[in-house]
Design a protein. Structure first.
Length: 301
């Protein structure tokens, strides 16, 4: 979602005070800036090569690759762009207009990228992020979604099943549909609870098999609040809801992308990226956490 009055936002503070039960350890927070004028608006992210590289997509139809600098503890100290290009349609043409609004990013076991889009509501596969898109069968339910509130999230499950979540449906209910693509077709059999007016903006499956959902809400003069929850996925759907992070308004920027991954020491790390909306008072933030119980396990605790 684009916020036209972003000038009311203030840059977030350096420290984030989680209101929920502390389960995450914040290890890194940095501002990522690059010179190209089309750098920004990043809404989906994947961390690669044990934390050394990054792939992101943006809502002006771009992809970005970067190397991540880390200290001896494995914590981020910097990001350096190594490539930037345009996303393409199935016919190989550069995406333009409302068709280029890329929001969610995920990678499968073969390294292929899946990108979800708003505007023209769809999911596409990229065998090469700089090449033409591959079709993913359309789902008629997508035609009912709202512009700027549609397929913000896409994630690949442990068995290769694809999941997508809209930011909001036309009727706001107590549950959120999680569309599932398997066996060559989509279904709408799974849901997660909503609550507290948060809207879903990205999701990822962690190395533990849990489903991590990034959410935000916004208010004028207050800015953004961020929430992160995780769920177990079993035969009865999504269960065992846990709130890992919940911030007050203004403590973070517009956090829109999430990557959950395992570092070389076996710890689960969670990396968030913000969409700066190409507005001067906002920034592209990279914020990273270690999941507390995996940190203890790595120390032998």
């Amino acid at each position: 979602m684009k916020f036209l009055l972003a000038l009311l936002l203030l840059a977030p503070g350096i420290a984030s005070a989680a209101l929920a039960e502390p389960r995450l350890i914040e290890t890194s927070r940095l501002v990522w800036s690059e010179k190209p004028s089309n750098f920004g608006g990043l809404s989906g992210v994947e961390i690669l090569d044990g934390g050394e590289k990054l792939l992101a997509i943006g809502d002006r139809g771009i992809w970005v690759r970067a190397d991540l600098d880390r200290n001896r503890r494995g914590n981020m100290t910097g990001a350096r762009m190594t490539g930037l290009g345009a996303l393409h349609a199935i016919d190989g043409r550069q995406l333009r207009g409302p068709n280029k609004d890329a929001e969610g990013l995920t990678l499968d076991a073969q390294g292929r990228a899946y990108v979800s889009f708003e505007g023209f509501h769809r999911v596409r596969r990229y065998d090469d992020i700089n090449g033409p898109a591959k079709a993913v069968p359309h789902y008629s339910e997508f035609d009912t979604l709202i512009d700027n509130f549609s397929l913000e999230s896409v994630a690949v499950g442990p068995d290769g099943t694809l999941y997508a979540i809209p930011e909001r449906t036309r009727i706001v209910e107590k549950t959120v549909p999680v569309y599932r693509f398997r066996g060559g077709k989509w279904d709408k059999e799974l849901f997660i609870p909503r609550g507290e007016s948060f809207l879903e903006v990205d999701a990822d499956f962690g190395p533990d098999g849990r489903f991590y959902v990034l959410e935000r809400k916004f208010k004028w003069l207050g800015g953004f609040a961020t929430r992160l929850r995780s769920f177990a996925l079993g035969p009865d759907g999504f269960t065992d809801e846990k709130t890992l992070l919940k911030t007050r308004f203004g403590e973070m920027d517009n956090m829109e992308g999430i990557s959950v991954w395992r570092d070389p020491k076996g710890r689960t790390r969670i990396t968030l990226i913000s969409d700066d909306n190409f507005f001067p008072l906002q920034r592209t933030y990279l914020i990273e956490y270690i999941l507390d119980d995996t940190a203890r396990q790595a120390k032998g605790g």
